[in-house]
Design a protein around this ligand. Structure first.
Ligand code: COA
Length: 297
């Protein structure tokens, strides 16, 4: 087994690996390459793969959380292909990631993954514990009804709005999303790399505009063939409780359905009552669980 730095040529194998571990994700080799190439320097990311039997069998990445002002906040992910588990590959990768985080003065790490009993046991045994969980849910978007909006608002595809206009709404609503780390430092360059990620479908992703043309609600969708996965959804505070997030999601889901998507997945924190009520109303049903684990470094 060889552990080495990831190269662009590994993207296809890494995409397969991540999808095998969580088929609710929408992620492509192009998307992985884009995110690698545009990783901000300040994230100080380490990106490793393990090779065995002539192929890539594990991926491990870690870096500083660039969306927060919280000093020392970091993230880490390890994925090992199923047939190569229980051979110490995850341990070795994990050790190198944590060593790197220590070197760059990170003090706390979080890791987001699809819950399995095996995953939880593995993480618990290495000093990680659950910080947050939430149902992973899916819907067939062909059942979703047309959006309806109060007077003065309209839904438009993201292709019709400037990313800077959506950025302002994302930045303020992100402060209200429950999570273990406060996302109080989302910068425009980081937002634009997500916006330009090839898996983000800006046709189905939707913005809600008010009478003056301001973006007051939004929802993002990643699409790959028949599968899609929601990105962030938000409504700026003064416009909440008027059905705007629901309308944005209905348009997004219907547009995706018209483009051939038959399954859309998403997950939300257990305590995020508003978005969970919206998703229930849209017909999403549980298929699993996403969790965030954390540990001190
Ligand atoms: C979640 C959020 C997008 C909702 O936006 P919105 O435009 O107010 O949503 P809508 O008006 O379409 O629907 C609100 C729903 O939440 C319900 N709701 C609101 N607060 C609630 C609460 N505390 N408990 C239970 N349900 C609640 C409403 O009753 C309504 O449900 P209904 O459709 O069954 O009537 C908005 O609160 C937000 O931006 N939050 C911060 C960002 C976030 O957490 N995003 C979700 C993660 S992707």
């Amino acid at each position: 087994m060889l552990i080495r730095e990831t190269e662009d040529g590994d993207a296809e194998a890494v995409a397969q690996l991540l999808l095998a571990a969580d088929d609710a994700r929408v992620i492509s080799a192009d998307g992985i390459r884009h995110m690698r190439r545009t990783q901000p320097e300040r994230a100080r990311m380490i990106d490793l793969v393990a090779e065995a039997g002539g192929g890539v069998v594990a991926s491990g990445r870690a870096g500083l959380d660039t969306w927060t002002k919280t000093e020392g906040a970091a993230w880490a992910f390890v994925t090992v292909e199923e047939t190569y588990r229980r051979r110490g590959i995850g341990d070795e990768l994990g050790r190198r990631l944590l060593d790197h985080l220590g070197e760059i003065s990170a003090t706390k790490a979080t890791s987001f993954f699809r819950w399995t009993e095996e995953g939880e046991r593995w993480a618990n045994a290495r000093g990680w514990s659950r910080l947050l969980g939430g149902p992973l849910i899916a819907v067939d978007p062909r059942i979703v009804p047309e959006p309806s909006l109060p007077a003065g608002y309209r839904c438009v595809p993201m292709t019709e709005v400037a990313p800077e206009a959506v950025y302002e709404a994302v930045k303020t609503t992100a402060l209200d999303e429950p999570g273990p780390v406060r996302h109080d430092d989302i910068r425009l360059d980081d937002f634009l790399r997500d916006w330009n990620e090839p898996d983000v479908d800006l046709e189905s992703s939707t913005a809600v505009l008010d009478e003056d043309g301001n973006v007051v609600a939004f929802t993002f969708l990643n699409v790959a063939g028949e599968r899609a996965q929601h990105g962030f959804t938000g409504t700026v505070r003064e416009h909440r409780g008027r059905g705007l997030a629901t309308a944005a999601k209905r348009r997004a889901l219907r547009t995706a359905a018209a483009r051939g998507v038959t399954r859309v997945t998403t997950s939300n924190a257990e305590e995020n009552a508003a978005i969970r009520a919206i998703n229930r109303g849209l017909g999403f049903e549980p298929i699993g669980e996403h969790v965030i684990f954390g540990r001190d470094l």
